[in-house]
Design a protein around this ligand. Structure first.
Ligand SMILES: Cc1cc2nc3c(=O)[nH]c(=O)nc-3n(C[C@H](O)[C@H](O)[C@H](O)COP(=O)(O)OP(=O)(O)OC[C@H]3O[C@@H](n4cnc5c(N)ncnc54)[C@H](O)[C@@H]3O)c2cc1C
Length: 385
C-alpha cells in the first residue's frame, strides 16, 4: 500500500478542528481532517454563535480572570470576518453585531450594570429608553438595555467558510472509536495528531493509556426552540439569580420562519427532563421581560445536548482557557467555548514547532463529509402545551 504522510492529522470537524485545519493549511502544513459524522454536527452547530465578551460571567461573580481572557475575543473574530485574521471568514455572516443585556429594574440589575462597566469598560454601553428599538418598547420591557460587544455569528456560514477553503483534506472516518487502526489500515502516517472530537477525546486517550492527569466534564443542557418568533432578538434576559434567565438568539428556517433559540437558565437541566419544563421556564422568563407579547400560537421544541470541556480550574464551574492535554506528538484538545477556537489553534501552533512541509496531500481515496443541518431544521415542533 502507498505510504501517505501528513504533517498533521486532526480528528473531529467541529469549530476546533475546522479552525485548526484551516489555520495550519494556510500556513503550508499538509493536514488531513477526519470527521466521523457531519461537519460541525456536534456542539458547534448547536451553539448559539455568541462570541462572548465575558460580561455574561459578571452574573456569577467569576468575572475578573474569565472575563478578561474572553474580552479580547470579539476583536479577533471580527478581524477574521474581515479576512484579516489567521483564517479568512469573509464569506461568513454575522446575525447581530451585538448581544443585548436586558436588565429589569431593581438592585440586581443595578449591580450587574455597575460590575459590567467596571470589568469591561468601553465594551458595553447603555441605551437610553428613548433610543430603544421599537420592538423592545412594544414588548412591554421595563428596565435597562445594555449593548454588549458580543457579535452573534451565523454558524452554518462559519462552517462553510472554514471548511470550504480546504475541502479536499476533510474526509470521513468510518471507525472513530479506533482512530489509530484507521490510519494504519489506510497507510496514513503523521508527525502530529490532534484530537478535537469533544466527547470522544477522553475515551480515546484512555484507550491509548494517555489519560493520566486528564479530567473532563460534560454539562447537560436541554435547549429550547420557539418557532414563529415575534422579531429577531439577541439578548440575555437578566433575572434575580446569578445567571441569565434566558439567553435568546434568532435563526431563520429555510421557509423564512424565525426561531428563537433559548439557552441560559431555561436550558440548564438534565437532558431527559420533560420538554414542558423548558417551555414553562421560557414563558415565565418572557412574562417577566416581555409582558406585552403573546406566545399562544408559538410552536416549541427542545434539543438535549452536553457541553464538553476540560475540567474547570475555577471551582469546577468553567475553565478560563482552552484545554490541551499533550502526550508526545499527540494532542487532546477542547476549546471550552466556540469563542476560544482561535486561541486553541494558536496554542497548538506554539506546540507544533516543525516547519510546514508545503506539500499537498491527496486524500481523494477517502469519502467526503456533508455539512450538518441546524437543530431547528431537525426539530420536532410541538404546538400542544
Ligand atoms: C447548546 C450550546 C450552546 C453553546 N453556545 C455557545 C456560544 O454561544 N458561544 C460559545 O462561545 N460557545 C458556545 N457553546 C460551546 C461551543 O459550542 C463548544 O465549546 C464548541 O463548539 C466545541 O467545539 P469542538 O470542535 O471542540 O466540538 P464539537 O463541535 O462537538 O465537534 C466535535 C466533532 O468531532 C467529531 N468526532 C467525535 N469523535 C470523533 C473521532 N473519533 N473521529 C473523528 N471525528 C470525531 C464529532 O462528530 C463532531 O463533529 C455552546 C455549546 C452548546 C452545547
Amino acid at each position: 500500500m502507498a505510504q501517505r504522510h501528513a504533517d498533521i492529522v486532526i480528528f473531529g470537524a467541529g469549530i476546533a478542528g475546522l479552525w485548526a485545519h484551516n489555520r495550519f493549511r494556510r500556513a503550508g502544513y499538509n493536514v488531513l481532517l477526519l470527521e466521523s459524522a457531519t461537519i460541525g454536527g456536534g456542539q458547534t452547530i448547536a451553539s448559539q454563535g455568541i462570541i462572548h465578551s465575558g460580561l455574561k460571567y459578571a452574573f456569577a461573580g467569576k468575572i475578573n480572570k474569565l472575563a478578561a481572557s474572553i474580552s479580547a475575543m470579539p476583536d479577533l473574530w471580527r478581524a477574521a470576518l474581515k479576512g484579516e485574521g489567521p483564517v479568512d471568514l469573509s464569506a461568513a455572516q454575522t446575525n447581530a453585531d451585538s448581544q443585548m443585556l436586558l436588565i429589569p429594574p431593581g438592585l440586581m440589575g443595578g449591580l450587574v450594570g455597575l460590575v459590567a462597566k467596571r470589568t469591561l469598560g468601553n465594551n458595553v454601553h447603555e441605551i437610553t429608553q428613548k433610543s430603544w428599538p421599537e420592538y423592545i418598547t412594544d414588548s412591554g420591557f421595563k428596565g435597562r438595555l445594555v449593548y454588549m460587544d458580543e457579535p452573534v455569528l451565523d454558524i452554518p456560514s462559519v462552517l462553510r467558510a472554514l471548511g470550504g477553503a480546504y475541502q479536499d483534506s476533510i474526509r470521513k472516518i468510518d471507525t472513530p472509536d479506533e482512530p489509530m487502526a484507521f490510519l494504519e489500515r489506510h497507510g496514513i502516517t503523521a508527525d502530529h495528531i490532534i484530537f478535537t472530537g469533544a466527547a470522544s477525546n477522553h475515551a480515546i486517550a484512555r484507550h491509548l493509556h494517555h489519560d493520566k492527569g486528564l479530567e473532563t466534564q460534560a454539562r447537560p443542557l436541554l435547549m429550547g426552540m420557539l418557532k414563529n418568533a415575534p422579531f429577531p432578538l439577541y439578548a440575555h434576559c437578566v433575572g434575580s439569580s446569578d445567571k441569565p434567565l434566558a439567553t435568546i438568539t434568532t435563526h431563520t428556517l429555510p421557509g423564512g420562519d424565525l426561531v428563537w433559540y433559548l439557552g441560559g437558565g431555561v436550558a440548564e437541566r438534565p437532558k431527559d427532563a420533560p420538554p414542558q419544563d423548558v417551555y414553562k421556564a421560557a414563558k415565565k422568563a418572557f412574562q417577566t421581560s416581555f409582558p406585552a407579547l403573546d406566545f399562544t400560537t408559538s410552536q416549541w421544541a427542545v434539543l438535549p445536548i452536553d457541553r464538553i470541556e476540560g475540567k474547570s480550574s475555577i471551582d469546577g464551574w468553567m475553565p478560563d482557557t482552552p484545554t490541551i492535554h499533550q502526550q508526545g506528538h499527540i494532542f487532546y484538545s477542547w476549546p471550552t467555548k466556540l469563542t476560544f477556537a482561535p486561541l486553541l489553534a494558536e496554542r497548538l501552533a506554539e506546540k507544533i514547532t516543525a516547519p510546514p512541509s508545503n506539500r499537498l496531500g491527496d486524500w481523494s481515496f477517502l469519502p467526503e463529509v456533508p455539512y450538518a443541518k441546524t437543530p431547528w431544521e431537525n426539530a420536532q415542533w410541538n404546538e400542544d402545551l
